[in-house]
Design a protein around this ligand. Sequence first.
Ligand code: AMP
Ligand code: MN
Ligand code: MN
Length: 336
Amino acid sequence: MLNGVPVPPERARAAQTVAAVLTPGRRIALTTHVNADGDGVGSEVALWHLLTARGLKPAIANPTPVPERFTFLLPAGADHSDRAAKEIEAADVVVVLDISELSRLGDLQRAIKQSHAVACIDHHVSQGSLPGGPRLVAPEAAATAELVFDLASALGWSICPEAARALYVGLLTDTGAFRFANTSPRALRVAGALLERGVSPESIYESVYASAPEGRVRLMTEVLQTLVVEPDVGLAWVTVPPDALQRHGATADDLDGIVEYPRSIAGVRLALLFRQIANGRVKVSFRSIGDVDVAELAHRFGGGGHARAAGASLEGSIAEAQQEVLAAARRYLRGD
Ligand code: AMP
Ligand code: MN
Ligand code: MN
């Protein structure tokens, strides 16, 4: 219990299997899903510190660049995402964090499929399609950051202040600043242990939530204009207008949290955000309140996630995706 929160035995055993492949002398690459979020970046940065302290030289190699909002966490020289495929190919061990699905690893899928050893630390519901390897996976964990904390605790590795800060960002962002259903007593205990290691919640708040470029707020006003509410079924959705990201100099990360607005309307049980992404596809974010299981709904469209936060990407135009997804959502909410 080195870091102050006991680790369940099965997690401790799983942690040992992951740690067994992370030995000095091996070349290690750390990666996470496309459009990394605070949990993906926080978890890999924390693991980078933990491994560096043990004499390893891990490299972060992500399929898409680390969003500006989280670059304050990156240690100098740690991020090799601009040559990620080469890093993955050269690695003896790849650690995939905060995702178990090969399809969400973007351009790195092929390299990861061919890797010698792929370890995974994740809290998604889906079993995933990664090549076999050691796993520390627990859907009941609030964030992958909680599991990286457990890895350190189970192995008796102490957590330096920079790693603590990164783990705190993972917990903070994946729980919607400790508001969502995954805010378990344990998540708060882990957060407490991280504060005891010197994390400053106010300075993290400032970096993560109060350093927005003007374009993020202007983008938000434009997206919120598109709000449609169907009170009879408890459904609400917003749509990112074409080219809105470019016009506001914004990135996908700047959309984070917007779907909370349709979800915040009284009586709404399911909120959606639609946006055009590359390759003629449409990304749909699903958020719910109460017993509406959006992981199941997103799964019908080839996506996945968690019970109250999930995503999927569909082929076709926004209008086509809306027609298909809204019809399924209405049926689902009516219980047909
Ligand atoms: P997002 O709507 O992108 O914020 O994602 C919400 C949750 O659903 C996160 O846990 C994601 O990892 C997951 N998710 C998003 N898109 C997909 C997808 N295409 N396939 C599987 N899971 C997804
Ligand atoms: Mn994530
Ligand atoms: Mn996560």
